[in-house]
Design a binder for this molecule. Structure first.
Ligand code: SF4
Length: 489
C-alpha cells in the first residue's frame, strides 16, 4: 500500500475539478466492499485521497483513510477485514497541488466525532461558504480543530448542539452552515443523507437487496447492482435504517439551484441527473452548439473524453462527419512518474495524440467541454496544426467560464480564467484558432431541458461560474476581498 501522493498532471490545472464524491450503505453484509466499489465508480470526483468508515457491533467504529486511488488502497482482503460491519460510508477527495498545497492526511474524510449518545462519521461534498467565520467562532468557544477542512465545522457544531440524537444534532448544525453540501453520515445503526436547501451538489438514494445506499451519482449505484430509487430532494435530510427511509425537511424552503456544470462536465456520462441521462444532455448541448455556431468544416472531433458526447451531438446536428481526431492514452493514469520539468514541458502530449492520417489537410471542428485557463486548448491546437490540419475551429460546450466556483469545485482565481480577462475574439486570437465559439447560457439551459432558456429572474440552476450571479453569497471570500459582480457588469 502506497501512501505517496499521486503526482498532479501538468495540465490538470486547466479543468475545473469537482472536489469530492460520497457514498454510504446500510443493511448489507460486508458494507466496506460496497463502499469501496461505490467510491471506485465516483473516482472521477476526486483522485487524491479516500476513506471508509464502518461500524460493527463487536469492533465498534473502524476507519481507514489513504492518499491515492481507491483501486490502489481499498481492494485487498486484508484492508476489507479491517473494515467489518453492515453499515459504512466513504469519501473520495480532490485537492489542488499548488496554491492550496497537497492534501494532508488530516484533511482526508470521512471525519469522525464521539458524542455523548455515540459516535458519528461524516463525508461531505460541496463547500461551506461561511466556514471561516464559523471556525473562528468555534475556536473562540473552545473547539479544537484537527484539520483545515471546512467540513470539520459540522462535527464541532454537532458537538455543541443540545439535540437528543445524532440526526437532530446534524439538522441543527447544518442550519448554521451556508453554501453547498451533499452529506452522507452514519451512526452505529443509521445512515444519514442531506442536501443543502438549493441542492447544488447531487445525492441519490438506491436500494440494494435488503439494504439501502446513498451516492453522489447513480453510476455508483449501478456498480453495486443497486436500484435507483430517487434523488434526495434539495433541503431534505433522510435517516435510513434497515427498516426504511425517514425524510425530514429541516431548512427554510428555497428554490432549487442545482449545479449546471454537473451536466456539462463533472458527472459521469452514464449517470442520471434530474431524471435525464447525462450522456443525452451532453449530446443535446452539442446539438445546441451546432445550431448556434455553425461553421463549414470536414470533421468534428472531440477533445477526449469529456468532449465526446457534445461532439457527437454537434456532428448529428450539422451533418459534418464525427471522427476520433485525437486519441487519448488510456493508460496514462495519475500514478505516472513524478513529472520532472522536461516531462512537464511535454504537457498534453503525454495524454493525447493526434490521429495524423485523419487530420491532414482537413478543416477540423474541435469540441471541448470548457476553456478555463486556455493552456491546454493552445497545446491541442498546436498539435492539430502540426499534424497538417487546414483549419481549426473550437466549439465549447459551456459558456465562457468567467467566475470562480465557491461551492465545492476547484477553480483558479478569477484573474487566471481566460474568459474573465479577454473577449471571445481576444481568446480566439490568443488561442490562435480560426474560430472560437461557446454555447450561450440560454442554449445550455435549453439543452438541459429548460425549453424557454434561462429565466433571468428565477434561474433554475446555479450558473455562477458563467453568470457571476451567486445563489449563496460567498461570505468568506467577500471578507477576503473577492469582488462580486457589479450592476454594470
Ligand atoms: S459556480 Fe459553476 S461549477 Fe460551481 S456550483 Fe455553480 S454552476 Fe456549478
Amino acid at each position: 500500500m502506497s501512501t505517496a501522493m499521486p503526482a498532479a498532471h501538468p495540465f490538470d490545472d486547466d479543468k475545473l475539478r469537482e472536489e469530492c464524491g460520497v457514498f454510504g450503505v446500510v443493511g448489507v453484509t460486508d458494507a466496506s466492499n460496497f463502499v469501496a466499489l461505490g467510491l471506485h465508480a465516483l473516482q472521477h470526483r476526486g483522485q487524491e485521497a479516500g476513506g471508509i468508515v464502518t461500524h460493527d457491533p463487536d469492533t465498534g467504529f473502524n476507519q481507514q483513510r489513504r492518499m491515492g486511488l481507491v483501486r490502489d488502497n481499498f481492494t485487498s482482503a486484508a484492508m476489507m477485514e479491517r473494515l467489518p460491519g453492515t453499515i459504512g460510508i466513504g469519501h473520495v477527495r480532490y485537492s489542488t497541488a499548488g496554491s492550496k498545497g497537497q492534501t494532508a492526511m488530516r484533511d482526508v474524510q470521512p471525519f469522525f466525532g464521539e458524542f455523548s449518545m455515540g459516535g458519528a462519521a461524516i463525508a461531505h461534498n460541496g463547500n461551506i461558504t461561511n466556514a471561516m467565520s464559523l471556525r473562528r467562532e468555534l475556536i473562540e468557544r473552545g473547539s479544537i480543530f484537527q484539520s483545515s477542512s471546512d467540513s470539520e465545522c459540522i462535527i464541532h457544531l454537532m458537538a455543541r448542539s443540545m439535540g437528543r440524537n445524532i440526526p437532530d444534532r446534524m439538522e441543527e448544525a447544518l442550519r448554521k452552515v451556508e453554501g453547498a453540501f451533499s452529506i452522507v453520515a452514519m451512526t452505529r445503526t443509521k445512515l444519514i443523507g442531506c442536501r443543502d436547501p438549493l441542492g447544488v451538489r447531487p445525492l441519490v438514494l438506491g436500494k440494494v437487496g435488503d439494504g439501502w445506499a446513498l451516492a453522489s451519482e447513480t453510476c455508483a449505484l449501478d456498480i453495486i447492482g443497486a436500484e435507483f430509487v430517487r434523488e434526495i430532494e434539495p433541503g431534505e435530510l433522510v435517516v435510513v435504517t434497515e427498516k426504511g427511509v425517514a425524510s425530514h425537511f429541516p431548512f427554510r424552503p428555497n428554490r432549487a439551484r442545482f449545479c449546471i456544470f454537473e451536466h456539462v462536465y463533472f458527472s459521469r456520462p452514464d449517470s442520471i441527473l434530474g431524471g435525464r441521462s447525462v450522456y443525452e444532455t451532453r449530446e443535446n448541448i452539442g446539438r445546441e452548439l451546432a445550431k448556434e455556431n455553425p461553421v463549414d468544416a470536414d470533421l468534428v472531433c472531440p477533445v477526449p473524453d469529456s468532449g465526446t458526447p457534445a461532439a457527437i451531438g454537434y456532428s448529428l446536428e450539422s451533418g459534418i462527419p464525427y471522427a476520433m481526431g485525437i486519441i487519448r492514452n488510456q493508460y496514462m493514469g495519475r500514478t505516472f512518474i513524478e513529472p520532472t520539468e522536461s516531462i512537464r514541458n511535454m504537457g498534453v502530449r503525454l495524454k493525447l495524440n493526434v490521429n495524423r492520417a485523419l487530420i491532414k489537410g482537413k478543416r477540423v471542428i474541435l469540441v471541448d467541454d470548457s476553456v478555463v485557463r486556455g493552456t491546454t486548448s493552445r497545446k491541442i491546437k498546436e498539435m492539430i496544426l502540426d499534424a497538417g490540419a487546414a483549419e481549426v475551429h473550437f466549439r465549447i460546450a459551456s459558456p465562457p467560464t468567467q467566475w470562480p466556483c465557491f461551492y465545492g469545485v476547484d477553480t483558479p482565481q478569477r484573474e487566471k480564467l481566460l474568459a474573465a480577462t479577454m473577449t471571445e475574439d481576444e481568446m480566439r486570437d490568443h488561442l490562435g484558432v480560426d474560430s472560437l465559439k461557446f454555447i450561450s447560457l440560454n442554449g445550455l439551459y435549453r439543452a438541459v431541458g429548460e425549453t424557454k432558456g434561462r429565466d433571468p429572474n428565477a434561474p433554475a440552476y446555479c450558473d455562477a461560474c458563467f453568470s457571476g450571479e451567486y445563489p449563496v453569497a460567498p461570505s468568506d471570500m467577500i471578507e477576503q476581498g473577492f469582488q462580486a459582480k457589479t450592476a454594470a457588469e
